[in-house]
Design a binder for this molecule. Structure first.
Ligand SMILES: [Zn+2]
Length: 70
């Protein structure tokens, strides 16, 4: 469980920001085992969605360029 030494309290893993800092004081939060708090894992379906969006945007860009030249 992430522990904030500055606030002197435990934080829920979801409350810790993506960069591993405390939402209250902004200090770096440590996991109870001493290692820096791991940021929330990015789920695999995020990357599926992100790449799908990237492909779609790239396609729209190509489409737009084709319309410009024709
Ligand atoms: Zn704090």
């Amino acid at each position: 469980m992430p522990w904030c030494a500055s606030c002197d309290k435990y934080l829920s893993p979801n409350a810790v920001s993506v960069v591993g800092t405390c939402p209250t004081c902004g200090d770096r939060v440590e996991d109870s085992d001493g290692s820096p708090a791991r940021s929330q894992k990015i789920p695999w379906h995020f990357w599926v969605f992100a790449s799908a969006a990237a492909i779609y945007l790239a396609w729209r860009l190509v489409e737009g360029l084709v319309k410009l030249v024709t």
